[in-house]
Write a protein that binds this ligand. Structure first.
Ligand code: F6P
Length: 323
């Protein structure tokens, strides 16, 4: 049944391509984002019906690849490869940049995590695809240079969230497998009352531990799904909250990958009026040296991110200076 407005008339549902055009996004970028949306239709089908076992291979991080990781990667790569608007691409599942076209003019370079949180599929929790888009050939750029970021969330419903630097917009997949507009210009409150903390608590450094205590004293509620896409989506759609996967005593760079996970999500969260920091600097200002670089992250409402930075500065940086 089509949605109706209060007068009982069928509401016109704005689709993704039309929304991009109405926002004056150029043809090539519109085409690229729509190709990502097309790929997600095959990925959701694989998630719903595909093999939940391991692929028998491991990725660069030594993590066992699931058959679904490999399939989602193949689906997205093929789509981008044939899109005619991609110069270079790189996947979280691959070891190196994959050149597509030597001609960079009017083309885009794309970094993606085809199936983030894939180990949650066998317990039927939400997972997602994350995509970061730069103009031209260069992928090793600070996130601030992105021209667009997109994620697709495969939850009880499939939704797509994108920004081309003109606000953050959410689309839902309808019965015809088309993405239609759900919400435009999503914004975050300055401060929130939920937190999603990644990493083992007994490995938190003094600044992060004190920060968590402070949040808990304030009555902030714990809401962690274990999937980066649903956790960020929760913050965006509730309009408040903070996610962090901090530096740990035994993992100073945390867990999450700068280019495939953090830069695109930081772009979306900043576009919604929030902030994203590695504890010292904005994630979007970090210059990646390597493709598979990791970084600690504190991402969400501005004041909550600033408070994390303050605790880290006072309890870790200042202390190390004074010995
Ligand atoms: O990077 C993959 C990922 O599954 C993210 O989606 C998620 O936020 C994080 O790892 C969870 O890590 P952990 O299992 O250490 O909580």
């Amino acid at each position: 049944m089509s949605p109706t407005n209060k007068a009982g008339k069928t509401k016109f549902q704005l689709d993704l391509r039309r929304h991009l055009r109405e926002h004056y996004v150029n043809e090539n970028l519109t085409h690229l984002i729509c190709e990502i949306a097309e790929a997600s239709k095959y990925i959701i089908h694989s998630i719903s019906t595909g093999d939940l076992g391991v692929a028998g291979t491991s990725n660069l991080y030594g993590e066992q690849q699931l058959a679904l990781d490999v399939l989602a990667d193949r689906i997205l790569r093929k789509r981008l490869d044939h899109s005619r608007v991609v110069a270079n691409m790189m996947s979280e599942e691959m070891d190196e940049i994959i050149p597509v076209s030597p001609d960079c003019d009017g083309k885009y370079s794309v970094a993606f995590d085809p199936l983030d949180g894939s180990s949650l599929v066998d317990v039927n929790l939400a997972v997602g695809t994350i995509v970061s888009i730069f103009e031209g050939c260069d992928l090793l750029q600070p996130g601030r240079k992105q021209v667009a970021a997109v994620y697709v969330l495969y939850g009880p419903r499939t939704t797509l969230v994108y920004s081309v630097g003109k606000g953050v917009h959410e689309f839902g997949m309808n019965m015809l497998r088309e993405y239609t507009l759900l919400q435009e210009n999503i914004t975050l409150e300055p401060q929130g009352n939920l937190y999603s903390p990644g990493g083992q608590r007994n490995l938190y450094t003094p600044g992060v531990e004190a920060y968590v205590n402070k949040l808990e004293e304030r009555g902030v509620k714990l809401r962690y799904s274990g999937g980066f896409v649903p956790d960020i989506n929760q913050i965006l759609l509730k309009g408040q909250g903070i996610f962090f996967y901090p530096h740990l005593k035994n993992q100073p760079q945390g867990k999450l990958r700068l280019l495939f996970e953090l830069s695109p999500m930081a772009f979306l969260i900043e576009q919604a009026g929030g902030a994203a920091s590695d504890g010292h600097r904005p994630i979007l200002d970090l210059q990646p040296e390597q493709i598979h670089e990791r970084s600690p992250v504190f991402i969400g409402c501005k004041k909550d991110v600033a408070l994390a930075e303050e605790f880290i500065r006072k309890l870790e940086d200042d202390k190390s200076k004074t010995g």
